[in-house]
Design a protein around this ligand. Structure first.
Ligand code: FO1
Length: 308
């Protein structure tokens, strides 16, 4: 069954490891956020795409959820000794991915082409599409000034108040080849448990994607990344609060209500189901905490069952 998954980084990657166990990966198209992409030392780094690929290939560092398991940081140490800033932990083996990607982009390949080649090289059978081949940068307006996403997230550890989020370049961006077609052809579309502002919101900022979701003939379900008033990972709870939304799956549902048919919340948040339904969408609860390989498979099964 043709399935599209809108994806950020770690939460989406964990969900996808369950999904590929319960359906044919060749039927899955992942549309990945690229607003977190950054250049470090002249290299083009795509954290969300790499997190999904490394996780599905069984290569990810299980402690962090990003980067490669067992990687070392000798190149970074040398770069620091040369006077470079080194707050973004790029491992030695991870650097090979960024060198290779940058090399192919400089030869004129598109990010879509490079991403598909990278996924195939790592043995993956699903399709991974960047949201756009054009550069879009998530920039947060904060009390410490305008910060590109990785500076906000990693350098400042998201401990600065945010007043607004911009997606620079999105007005000139086009969806990557295949993105709108995948949404239109999908029998089901799943919004992964990713940050609704800086992962999914960034994808929605690319002209045409929100409209395609609103008009999609397939059912659209979203899994809440907020459980019991907290983000499972990252700044989602803080951003909901700072941008004036309820810090709960209800706040997420408010952001998604124009295109989501079914909101899936954790069992801990079952009491919110009537409030979410009042927005005009279906709502159901499931065990969304992916604390073991079995829990990931169970969640994927439950999501597919709820979407029937
Ligand atoms: N996240 C961190 O919190 N600290 C890091 O130093 C860091 C390095 C890093 C390197 C490669 C990569 O693919 C991801 C990396 N991440 C790091 C994760 C990344 O900042 C975010 O989790 C995503 O951009 C949000 O989805």
């Amino acid at each position: 069954m043709a399935t599209v998954v809108l994806s950020g980084g770690v939460g989406a990657a964990r969900f996808l490891t369950g999904l590929v166990e319960v359906m044919d990966p060749r039927d899955i198209t992942v549309i990945s956020n690229t607003g977190d992409d950054s250049e470090f030392y002249g290299l083009y780094v795509c954290p969300d795409i790499d997190t999904v690929i490394y996780t599905l290939a069984g290569m990810v560092n299980p402690k962090t959820g990003w980067g490669l398991v067992g990687d070392s940081f000798r190149a970074l140490t040398e770069l620091e000794a040369l006077g470079c800033e080194a707050w973004f932990q790029l491992g030695d083996r991870d650097l090979a991915t960024h060198i290779w990607r940058t090399m192919l982009l400089r030869q004129g390949r598109t990010l879509s082409q490079v991403t598909q080649q990278l996924a195939q090289t790592r043995g993956l059978r699903l399709t991974i599409l960047p949201m756009s081949d054009h550069p879009v940068q998530t920039v947060l307006e904060t009390e410490a000034g305008r910060l590109p996403f990785q500076e906000y997230m990693v350098k400042h550890r998201f401990q600065v108040a945010v007043s607004n989020i911009c997606f620079e370049g999105s007005d000139k961006a086009l969806p990557a080849p295949g993105v709108l077609e995948a949404i239109a052809d999908a029998e089901q579309i799943i919004i992964a448990p990713s940050n609704p502002y800086v992962s999914i919101g960034t994808i929605l900022s690319v002209p045409g994607i929100r409209k395609a979701l609103e008009n999609a003939p397939g059912k659209v379900a979203a899994i809440s990344p907020i459980v019991g008033g907290n983000a499972v990972k990252g700044p989602a709870a803080r951003l909901l609060c700072e941008l004036g939304r309820p810090v709960s799956p209800l706040g997420v549902a408010q952001l998604y209500h124009s295109f989501v048919d079914l909101m899936i919340v954790d069992e801990a948040d079952s009491a919110l189901l009537p409030h979410i339904k009042a927005l005009g969408m279906e709502a159901a609860s499931a065990q969304t905490m992916m604390t073991s390989p079995q829990a990931k498979v169970t969640l994927a099964k439950q999501v597919l069952e709820l979407m029937k």
